[in-house]
Design a protein around this ligand. Structure first.
Ligand code: NAP
Length: 265
């Protein structure tokens, strides 16, 4: 179990995509640990049902109906949390499962994905990273994917945005830990979420055939990994694998960051 200051009963977490799947699993796990939750997604009915389930665990829950692709998304989340003792931000929403090759999809679709997965995420990490530093500590969880490890056909923009998030978050893990903010990125292969089930249904593939992970277990493991970043990857190939291993990535980030300290002073 984590001893991170980010997990503080009575304090608040916000969770993007908190209305279903993995995001909802994060909210449930945080509520079980006594944290109040602000759930953020677009569909208001789904949000209301999820918030009711979180309240049933004995904590407070609020909802914010918001498209994370909106230009003012960070400002809207700040306004919704200004009166709250915020300790943790979970950036979860981020799937892109069209499977359409890059040049065959209208560019607007990719622009919206980049807006949500790169531009919103970057501005939000900057804004809430500062806020948590100024508040004396907290945590940032970013849900990534094994898609971050390299480009894949029919998933170019998805893998590119996940790679961007992984690099940035590994750097933030180094920079923010001494300032009291724990950063961890969840990486994994596949999880049983409504989005996955919808995608599989298009090809009539049963979810059982995919070996999809249980979102509750992923959420628990990631929260426990706060303070032991930079990544949490339950699907690592081996502890020595330089790409997928938790320990090997930590070692690389620390060594390279020490070099940068020498380089930049
Ligand atoms: N499922 C997998 O197999 C898998 C594998 C590897 C990594 N991941 C990662 O895990 C995370 C969660 O994935 P997921 O499968 O649960 O699907 P997801 O579509 O990323 O998340 C679904 C949740 O996000 C909300 N959402 C989606 N787009 C939004 C937007 N533009 N603005 C606000 N809310 C939005 C949805 O509610 P509304 O539709 O009501 O907005 C819902 O609450 C993602 O970052 C994904 O890349 C998933």
């Amino acid at each position: 179990m984590t001893s991170s200051v980010a997990i503080a009963p009575g304090k608040w977490a916000f969770i993007t995509g908190g209305s279903d799947g993995l995001g909802f699993a994060f909210a449930v796990e945080l509520a079980r640990r006594g944290m109040n939750c602000l759930l953020i997604a677009r569909n208001e009915d789904k949000l209301a049902r999820a918030a009711e389930a979180v309240r049933a665990l004995g904590v407070e829950a609020r909802t914010l109906s918001l498209d994370l692709g909106a230009a003012d998304a960070v400002a809207r989340i700040e306004a919704a949390t200004a009166d709250l003792p915020l300790a943790l931000a979970v950036f979860n929403a981020g799937a892109e499962a069209s499977g359409v090759p890059f040049v065959d999809q209208p560019y607007n679709h990719w622009a919206a994905t980049i807006q949500r997965n790169v531009l919103f995420l970057t501005e939000a990490l900057h804004h809430f990273g500062r806020r948590l530093v100024e508040a004396g500590g907290g945590g940032l969880i970013v849900v990534g994917s094994e898609a971050a490890f390299g480009g894949v056909g029919q998933s170019g923009i998805y893998t590119a945005t996940k790679g961007f998030a992984l690099n940035l978050c590994e750097a933030l893990w180094v920079e923010l830990a001494p300032r009291g903010v724990d950063v961890v990125t969840l990486l994994f292969k596949i999880a049983d979420t409504p989005m996955l089930r919808q995608t599989l249904a298009r090809r009539r593939i049963p979810v059982e055939a995919t070996g999809a992970s249980d979102p509750a277990a992923l959420a628990r493991g990631t929260i426990d990994a706060l303070g032991a970043g930079p990544i949490y990857n339950p699907d690592e190939v081996s502890p020595d694998d330089p790409v997928t291993s938790n320990a090997a990535r930590r070692e690389r980030v620390v060594a390279k960051s020490e070099l940068m300290k020498f380089f930049y002073g």
